[in-house]
Design a protein around this ligand. Structure first.
Ligand code: ADP
Length: 437
């Protein structure tokens, strides 16, 4: 369930991220177009301002002669040298500026400001800055804060002598951007909102369903647990009967029934362990356990349970060698029973099961190997997953629920250990366990 949460969250975040990236690209694109417009508008406005300035009579202000182009000495080569790389048109334009400036008609910033302002039609805030020959600002017009401007144009020279320069600095306004890209922005925001609402809705539904499922699970687990009490009483009665009944054949029936009941109780325990697996940590009651005795006990039970199926269980450590490990007796019995029973179940008749156990370097090493059907490499990756069962050949009836190995892995890992398997089709399998103890 957690995985599902993460995947949905990541997918939603990816959608939101992509949309934000899209909006950002729109904005960047809008800004670059605007910056280009700011430059172009400045060049055009300079032209216009020059035309208007040229029409004025300097004598009106200073009493000098009327502006006359004939009296101006046209030094085109010198101007070209002073403006390397500029086109002839630009050079001529700047020569005209020289001509006007020489006659006292210098650039009028307020006039340029009003021309520029009507050219850009309120698309952005700007400042026009006039610089002197040392490129020091001498006059500023316009509304933008020159320090926080997001774009500064190059310094445009006025005339070829570098007596004056003009520069525009702009701050992009959000409202024209929103107006221009209204539809794209609306669709993007709507898309993000839909993704968020869907995610929220899914979370609410999942939470409700999880709560319901937990309640159902708890009641099923409670019922399963309650089944154990009558079964245990029946086992006790059976044991009593087995001791008191004299007749051999009845004794055998009672013993078999008792073993089947124990098997049922152990299946119930498995189901309860599985139910606890996702929620709580296993509470281990570690004691010193003789693994050799434990293996023998499981062997005895399985020999009775599988007396119809010829098999052989070999316990490697000699009978008089205690293999002492600090583990939970009940859970370890469960693990051993799962592995040893699987070895008999998933094999033809006359299977040979070998159980080996040693303790060294403060670790219990346990292995259960068989010469049964074996498991293919592709199935081997999945056998510890809950409810996974290897598809059997010839549609043989299923022999379990696919929880034994999941449960064994869980118990071993709760002991701080690890479980592994090696197997080959039609050759057999070997399950190994290492538990620090
Ligand atoms: P089940 O309750 O079905 O036995 P397990 O989790 O114990 O579930 O095992 C999962 C699957 O792994 C089984 O269905 C079986 O096909 C395969 N398996 C387990 N142990 C062995 C083995 N010793 N030899 C061959 N196959 C095995």
């Amino acid at each position: 369930m957690k995985k599902f949460y993460y995947i949905t969250c990541i997918a939603t975040l990816a959608i939101i991220g992509l949309q934000l990236f899209y909006i950002h690209s729109l904005y960047v694109n809008y800004c670059s177009v605007l910056h280009q417009k700011a430059e172009e508008a400045l060049v055009l406005s300079l032209d216009k301002e020059f035309s208007l300035r040229k029409g004025k009579r300097p004598s009106d202000k200073s009493g000098e002669a009327v502006l006359q182009i004939e009296s101006f000495h046209l030094d085109l080569d010198g101007a070209r040298d002073r403006m390397p790389g500029a086109s002839t048109g630009d050079v001529l334009q700047q020569i005209r500026q020289d001509f006007a400036m020489e006659r006292g008609l210098t650039l009028e910033l307020s006039l340029l400001d009003s021309i520029y302002s009507s050219a850009i039609k309120g698309l952005f805030d700007y400042s026009l800055i006039l610089y002197d020959r040392n490129k020091q600002p001498v006059e500023v017009a316009g509304a933008a804060d020159t320090l926080s401007a997001d774009f500064s144009s190059v310094l445009h020279p006025i005339g070829t002598h570098g007596y004056q320069y003009i520069q525009v600095k702009t701050s992009v306004l959000l409202s024209p951007f929103i107006r221009e890209e209204a539809w794209a922005l609306f669709l993007s925001v709507a898309f993000m909102a839909i993704a968020c609402i869907t995610l929220l809705f899914q979370f609410i539904v999942i939470r409700r369903k999880t709560r319901l499922l937990n309640k159902q699970e708890e009641s099923v687990n409670g019922t399963i647990h309650d089944l154990k009490a009558p079964l245990n009483s029946a086992i006790t009665v059976m044991s009593y009967l087995a001791m008191t009944v004299k007749e051999q054949s009845v004794q055998e029936i009672v013993r078999l029934s008792s073993q089947n009941l124990k098997h049922l109780v152990s299946n119930i325990d498995s189901l309860l362990i599985m139910a606890r697996r996702n929620r709580k940590k296993l509470v281990l009651n570690r004691t010193e356990v003789n693994i050799r005795t434990l293996v023998e006990q499981v062997k005895t039970e399985l020999d009775i349970l599988y007396q119809e199926k010829p098999h052989q269980i070999i316990i490697v450590p000699p009978a008089d060698t205690p293999i002492l490990a600090y583990v939970d007796y009940m859970y370890m019995e469960n693990v051993l029973r799962n592995l040893m029973e699987n070895a008999i179940k998933y094999a033809d008749d006359n299977v040979k099961v070998t159980v080996d156990a040693t303790v060294d370097n403060h670790s219990l090493h346990l292995s259960v190997s068989d010469n049964g059907w074996g498991i293919s490499p592709s199935d081997l990756k999945k056998i510890f997953e809950p409810f996974f069962q290897v598809p059997q050949e010839h549609n043989l009836p299923k022999k379990g629920y696919g929880i034994g190995l999941t449960q064994a892995k869980y118990i071993v890992e709760e002991h701080g250990g690890r479980i592994g398997v090696q197997s080959e089709r039609r050759k057999g399998s070997c399950f190994t366990i290492i538990i620090p103890c």
